[in-house]
Ligand binder design. Sequence first.
Ligand code: MLT
Length: 420
Amino acid sequence: MLKPAARLGQLPPYLFAELDRRREAARARGLDVIDLGIGDPDRPTPPPIVERLRREAADPRHHRYPAYEGSGLFRRTVADYYRRRFGVDLDPDREVLAVIGSKEGISHLIWAWVDPGDAVLVPDPAYPVYRTQTILAGGRPVPMPLLPERGFFPDLAAISRQDREQTRLMFLNYPNNPTAGVATREQLGEAVDFARQQGLLLCHDAAYVEMTYAGTIAPSIFEIPGAKEIAVEFYSLSKPFNMTGWRIGAAVGNAEAVAALGRVKNNTDSGQFTAVQYAAVEALTWPGGPDFIQEMNAVYQRRRDLAATRLAKAGWELRVPEGTFYLWARPPGVSDSGTFAAELLERTGVSVAPGPAYGRQGEGYVRVALCCEETRLAEALDRIASLVGRFSESGGAWRKESSQPGRTTKRTWYDVPGSG
Ligand code: MLT
């Protein structure tokens, strides 16, 4: 009988694929679904970027294999952008690499850096890929709790001596998905000091670095002196330029880490379509770019204010975030987020992401992605408000009274072999 690799048995279902599946199943049952699950900008990519792709796609020179490390123009443009935006100098030949979206780059960095048995420090909660790729590579994810009372920044002093000694790699991601916490420069400085002392690679996922509100400006890790000795950062075009479907970003920083990632990639993929790299160059050099990012942030800020106010009124516990387009919130009377999210979808058509899919600390939370227009969002909030009261009154006993009992179980998201 055919049988896939045993390591696949160590993985929970992939959160966003599972949310897609549930959303489509709900639509097939006739529900009017409002998707606040995945963080996927709902507005289109700006026209100059689309137009550049259209032009470049017609150029036969780009129809052949792209350069593995990304075109020289793309890498120089990223370096120029880092200088303008963050005041950081990067060598485009040694310290910048094109990736097919941050997800691809992060996954392959783990394969480049982690040997079987190595510990990897992973925030809890966190974007699931840090943990699942560590498991696939035979590493041991060590959770670093992100708690609201610490501003969702890990307590590095609490990491045990044994875990420190076995750790090769640490992940951080600010502004943070899913908690929406924004790290201060001092906090990032603390992490850089820690990584230097321990001699480990610090991987900073900066996918949301452009997405902040009300005067908050999020730093690159390389604004911290000495960071380049031990850190690599992922910059993504996806969120700031509404380009999630285009799959383009950059790994920047420590030359040894960038080279190691490049070696895994050379043996895995053949780079991103050169025309897409040109479109990314257009985005990063477009004179209207900074204003576009500000306008989008203003849109998300209005949605944030609407949702935070309405959810707080409905008794949800949350912090009004200064960055990302997520709300990380505790609905009242909910101790099993998986059941809550499944029932919310089933009964109202509103899809949110269950907190435990991001780690154990996510139990009791759900993540709301502010990725639909205000009128639709207002409707979702009406539906949520009508339901949340009923959920807390029923003491969370929905599963028993559900018309299709047992569709989801709490174990689905986290408790799989090897989850630690
Ligand atoms: C999210 O919803 O967390 C992100 O959109 C997923 C991703 O960037 O892959």
